[in-house]
Design a protein around this ligand. Structure first.
Ligand code: F6R
Length: 240
C-alpha cells in the first residue's frame, strides 16, 4: 500500500483531517483543477473549508472544479442532482464563480456526447490535481461501480441495484435514474492528490475488505497511489 491510511475517531475528526489535506493543497495552489464528490459524507469537511475561507486562511473560488458525477436524466435545477447538491452545499456558500465550475448535464440530449465533452474539457485543463471522493456502501467511487472498469476519462454507466436503492435517500424516497455519468477511475488516478473519505458503520463491510487486502473494489483503486489518503473513522474501520 503506497497510499496513506488515517483512522480517525469519528466523522467530525475525519472531516477535519480531510479538510487539512485539501486546505494545504489549495494554499499551495489556489488555481488547481479539482473534483469534489457530492453525497452526504463530505459536506462536514466542505463546511470546514468554507469556515477557513471566512477566516481568510484560503481561497476556494479560484479553483477550477469539474463535477465528479451525475444521475443521467437530472440537470442543475433538479433537486438531488449532484450539481444541484454541490451548488447548494458548497459552490454557493463558498462563492465559487460559475465560470470555474464545469459539470455533466444529466439532461443533455445525447448522454454519450456530453460525456465526451467532459472528457475533452478535462484533457484541455491538463487533468486533475486534486480529487475528493466518497465511497458507496458497495465500494463504488463516483459512479464507478464494482466490475469491469469503464474506459476513457468520463463515462456513462449502468447503476447497480445497491446504488439505486441507497440513492433514494437523496430524492425523498423516490426512484433514482438507472444510469450515471462519472469521471472514471483512470481519470481519478491521474490526480496528484486523492482524498477518499469513508465514515460510519454502513461503509464498514467495504472498508474492512479494503483493509484486509481486497483490491477488486473501485474503492481500492488508489492503494498504490503515493498521493492518496484514505480517511476513515473508527466505525468504518471496524474499530468502534
Ligand atoms: C457522489 C458520489 C458517490 C458518493 C457515495 C457515498 O458525488 O460520487 O460516489 O460519494 O455514494 O455517498 P454518501 O456520502 O451519501 O454515503
Amino acid at each position: 500500500m503506497k497510499a496513506t491510511v488515517l483512522i480517525e475517531k469519528d466523522h467530525a475528526t475525519a472531516s477535519a483531517a480531510a479538510a487539512d489535506i485539501i486546505a494545504s493543497a489549495l494554499v499551495e495552489n489556489p488555481e488547481l483543477t479539482a473534483t469534489f464528490a457530492a453525497g452526504d459524507t463530505p459536506f462536514a469537511c466542505y463546511a470546514q473549508l468554507i469556515a477557513r475561507q471566512q477566516r481568510g486562511e484560503l481561497q476556494l473560488g479560484r479553483t477550477r472544479y469539474i463535477g465528479l458525477d451525475e444521475w443521467v436524466g437530472l440537470g442543475p435545477k433538479d433537486t438531488g442532482s449532484c450539481i444541484e447538491t454541490m451548488q447548494r452545499g458548497y459552490y454557493g456558500p463558498a462563492g465559487v464563480p460559475d465560470a470555474n465550475i464545469a459539470y455533466y448535464d444529466g439532461r443533455a440530449a445525447d448522454p454519450q456526447q456530453e460525456a465526451l465533452r467532459m472528457a475533452e474539457l478535462l484533457a484541455n485543463t491538463g487533468g486533475l490535481d486534486l480529487a475528493v471522493l466518497g465511497v458507496g456502501v458497495n465500494g463504488h467511487i463516483g459512479f464507478n461501480e464494482p466490475g469491469p472498469e469503464a474506459a476513457g476519462d468520463f463515462a456513462v454507466v449502468p447503476l447497480s441495484d445497491t446504488t439505486q436503492t441507497v440513492g433514494k435517500k437523496y430524492f425523498g424516497g423516490r426512484a433514482t435514474p438507472t444510469q450515471g455519468a462519472t469521471l472514471t477511475l483512470q481519470a481519478l488516478r491521474g490526480a496528484a492528490r486523492v482524498v477518499v473519505l469513508a465514515t460510519g458503520a454502513a461503509k464498514q463491510p467495504v472498508v474492512s475488505a479494503l483493509l484486509a487486502g481486497n483490491r477488486t473494489l473501485p474503492l481500492a483503486a488508489f492503494c498504490e497511489h503515493p498521493g492518496a489518503y484514505y480517511i476513515l473513522d473508527s466505525q468504518s474501520a471496524g474499530q468502534a
